[in-house]
Design a protein around this ligand. Structure first.
Ligand code: FAD
Length: 366
């Protein structure tokens, strides 16, 4: 992965602070990373992708996440979009849309609605076939990356009440984006609320012809998203560990480096434990995914839940160690503090993850 790491390092540099403060990522950066296949690196070479394994894509995601969670969020959305197209698209759809997405175009993924957050079964967006077209009507909220996207993968229900995922170019008449103002974290990730007013797209945009079980659509998309967020959290923890150890080793108070204070060294130990545990649980999930294990969906939930919790606690710890040195908007630990909290909400909140894990625990006990 050294080539991909170097490309990311070269293009990102020390700019995430400025992107966070400005609340925007440069479009040319996204186009370059997209065209280099970095944003959806698991897509096979046959579709123009890098064909990375789940574990290697995770390592790349963590690396991007250690620099900038806003950029990593774009990577997660692009990855969910391509995973959905790979799983549900027919041959022609895979060839066309995956080719576009490995060629530099961007996709955002729209599940959540004002009335359907944790409970996606309450989704009300309709995807109705009319001759050679599909008409999409509904409202989506907090769609990451929508402000930069060329296409949206919109999830909804067809006329029979079955699930449907449809590719909607954002310049189609009837698509209205309203940027989410002043998000708590991932401020440059381009979140937008989306209104779809009888948006008409060709029937060839309905993945696999529609008619899938809604739960199956969500499980595929969310499992990818959970893995990606989990690795992104590993990146956050690594950035916090790095910032806190450097600071504690060099900042002197009372005539000694902070690292010589036992209360501070305990923080450093906690950060190291968080980094190790998060990495291990993500690697376990990647192995389950690659092996096609029946537990792969639960392993993804476990990885996301554990890593997001460690990221949130590690960010708070790192801010504590750096104190005023890390207490300004844009600083790596200040960003981590705000960004990591949101990781406990997305792709299944803490509570939803706990419900799934508890159900799994009960199934094992039966
Ligand atoms: P609610 O569902 O209203 O939940 C509120 C609280 O109640 C939470 O603590 C929740 O855990 C708890 N709760 C809910 N139900 C239960 C239950 N049954 N048992 C116990 N507790 C429960 N959506 C997209 O479609 N695409 C995106 O790209 C996207 N990106 C996002 C990025 C960010 C930064 C954020 C903050 C959100 C994003 N979302 C996106 C929306 C996200 O998926 C939802 O915020 C999330 O699913 C939670 O839904 P909600 O906010 O409506 O909270």
């Amino acid at each position: 992965l050294s080539e991909q790491f170097a490309l990311v390092d070269g293009l990102v540099g020390d700019q995430p602070e400025a992107w966070d403060v400005a609340g925007a990522l440069p479009r040319e950066l996204l186009a370059k990373l997209g065209a280099a296949g970095i944003l959806c690196a698991e897509v096979p070479a046959a579709f123009g992708g890098l064909g990375l394994s789940c574990g290697a894509n995770g390592a790349l995601t963590a690396h991007v996440g250690s620099h900038c969670s806003s950029l990593r969020s774009i990577m997660t959305s692009q990855g969910i979009a391509t995973a959905t197209i790979r799983r549900f698209g027919d041959k022609g759809q895979r060839s066309r849309f995956l080719g576009e997405l490995t060629g530099g175009q961007l996709a955002a993924v729209a599940f959540s609605e004002p009335g359907a957050g944790s409970d996606l079964s309450a989704m009300g967006t309709s995807v109705v076939s009319e001759g050679d077209s599909v008409v999409v009507t509904g409202e989506k909220k907090w769609t990451t990356g929508a402000r930069y996207a060329d296409m949206l993968i919109v999830f909804g229900l067809d006329e029979h009440g079955l699930g449907a995922a449809v590719v909607v170019p954002v310049d189609t008449p009837g698509v209205h984006l309203e940027p989410v103002a002043n998000p708590l974290g991932c401020r440059a990730a381009g979140h937008a609320n989306v209104r779809l007013d009888a948006v008409r797209v060709p029937a060839s945009h309905l993945l696999g012809g529609g008619g899938q079980a809604l739960g199956m659509l969500f499980t595929t998309a969310l499992s990818y998203g959970r893995m990606s967020v989990a690795w992104g959290c590993v990146g956050i923890v690594r950035a916090c560990l790095d910032a806190a150890t450097r600071h504690a080793a060099t900042r002197t108070q009372g005539g000694v480096p902070l690292a010589d204070r036992q209360l501070i060294s305990r923080h450093l130990a906690d950060l190291l434990v968080a980094e190790q545990v998060s990495t291990q649980v993500c690697e376990h999930a990647a192995r389950s995914w690659t092996a096609g294990s029946p537990d792969q969906a639960v392993a993804a939930v476990l990885a996301k839940h554990v890593s997001a919790g460690h990221a949130a606690r590690s960010a708070a710890t790192a801010v504590q160690v750096l104190a005023s040195a890390g207490s300004q908007d844009g600083h790596v630990v200040a960003r981590a503090y705000r960004d990591a909290k949101l990781m406990e909400i997305i792709e299944g909140s803490n509570e939803i993850c706990q419900l799934i894990l508890a159900e799994h625990a009960l199934s094992l006990a039966r």
